[in-house]
Design a binder for this molecule. Structure first.
Ligand code: SF4
Length: 390
């Protein structure tokens, strides 16, 4: 690997490994009065935070590298891991750099976490972002506009300055650019997954939780320039699979590496879905708040965390399989993740109707042993290649 590419990936890895959020502290210290707002997965309107001159910071738990000492005491044993590690990060004062925290309404776990935050950190700004599950402009649209107006007013107060429409339009343009670069990267990976392995793509994508969006876009562009120069990267006889269920609590990097080493090229996934929740550009003309509303109503990703009418579940997944010429689907969800696991049977029955092979297993962000997953993914990959040759 070229030293430039090694450094790029190493930099992203270091950024993601830094629980003390040094990059966020450095960004804040560069100018007096700067503020940072944390947010949990999956979606919050980061454009509003950015337009207020603040840094949106994605908090995705602590993976496998942080020992949970106090976080376990706050939760029952039969829920996922991300709230425990997030509380652990907060109680060990690692999130003190954040001036506020947004909790989008994905599931009861996140809702309870937002209540806990309010009690544990009464001096901080906390908002439960109640995303609409009704996509009618006259119902969900009106409601979401009101929520965004409240959030805008709160952020203005916190920032000590107004969020002008023009600033918001510019922020929308910045995030459009970021999302379109991510789409470009995903489509490059789908064409040549051996050139853009998911274990690298994921690290670079995840850096977007901590970097200003302008810097993150530049990082991705640099990766898109450097990766194809790696002439020793060759296609191998591996299966093309779509990975589903990873939209909130993130799998450990070792799990992604294991899937690739077990013979699976990941050609689409829902990792870090919040960074690309809006499927397509948001209008930069007219009323920018209304543009955010319309984009939410019409361009939100199809995932377990949003309402879909009867019969619609799995449509987007089948389209992704076809579009990316995938040969199978791996359902890979966090243990006890209600949204992901409750949707799985509907997705599976759709795949069965379409004759698309699938397998499933669960993980926790701190899973450290991958031998069983390796065997299962390897067997799955071998079997779909055998079927395709039969
Ligand atoms: S992993 Fe699933 S259950 Fe846990 S907080 Fe996220 S969406 Fe909720």
């Amino acid at each position: 690997m070229s030293p430039e590419l090694v450094n790029l990936i190493k930099g992203a890895q270091e950024l993601n490994d830094d629980f003390d959020l040094t990059a966020v502290r450095t960004w804040k210290e560069a100018e007096t009065g700067r503020k940072a707002i944390g947010y949990m997965p999956i979606y919050v309107p980061r454009e509003l935070i950015h337009a207020a001159g603040m840094l949106p910071v994605g908090i995705m738990g602590a993976g496998e590298r942080l020992e949970i000492i106090r976080g376990d005491a706050y939760f029952q044993s039969y829920i996922c891991h991300i709230p425990r590690s997030t509380i652990e990060l907060a109680l060990t004062r690692r999130l003190d750099v954040l001036d506020g925290m947004l909790f989008p309404s994905i599931c009861d776990v996140i809702r309870n976490l937002s209540g806990m935050w309010t009690m544990l950190f009464p001096e901080r700004y906390v908002r439960y972002v109640d995303l609409p599950q009704n996509f009618d402009p006259e119902v969900g649209g009106v409601y979401w506009r009101r929520e965004l107006e409240t959030l805008r007013a709160d952020l203005c107060r916190l920032a000590g300055r107004p969020i002008e429409d023009e600033a918001l339009r510019q922020s929308i343009a910045v995030y459009n650019e970021n999302r379109s670069t991510i789409r470009e990267l995903y489509s490059a990976r789908s064409r040549q997954p051996w050139v853009y392995p998911t274990s690298e793509v994921y690290l670079l994508l995840r850096a977007g939780n901590l970097l200003p969006p302008e810097d993150h876009t530049m990082l991705l562009r640099e990766y898109l320039r450097l990766a194809p120069l790696e002439t020793e990267r060759r296609d191998r006889d591996q299966s093309r699979i779509v990975l589903v269920g990873t939209f909130c609590e993130q799998p450990p990097l070792g799990l992604l590496l294991t899937l690739e080493r077990a013979g699976c090229w990941i050609v689409d996934d829902d990792l870090l879905l919040g960074l690309r929740w809006t499927m397509g550009d948001i209008s930069c003309a007219g009323d920018p708040l209304q543009a955010l509303v319309e984009a939410f109503l019409t361009k939100s990703a199809e995932t377990a965390a949003r309402y879909l009418p009867e019969g619609e579940h799995g449509r987007a997944l089948v389209e992704s399989v076809r579009r990316n010429r995938a040969e199978g689907v791996i359902f890979c969800a966090p243990s006890f993740c209600d949204p992901a696991l409750l949707e799985q049977p509907m997705l599976i029955s759709r795949l069965d109707r379409e004759g698309i092979p699938h397998t499933q297993f669960k993980y926790s962000e701190d899973t450290g042993q991958f031998a069983v997953i390796r065997e299962q993914a390897g067997t799955f990959s071998d079997s779909i290649r055998l079927w395709s040759q039969a």
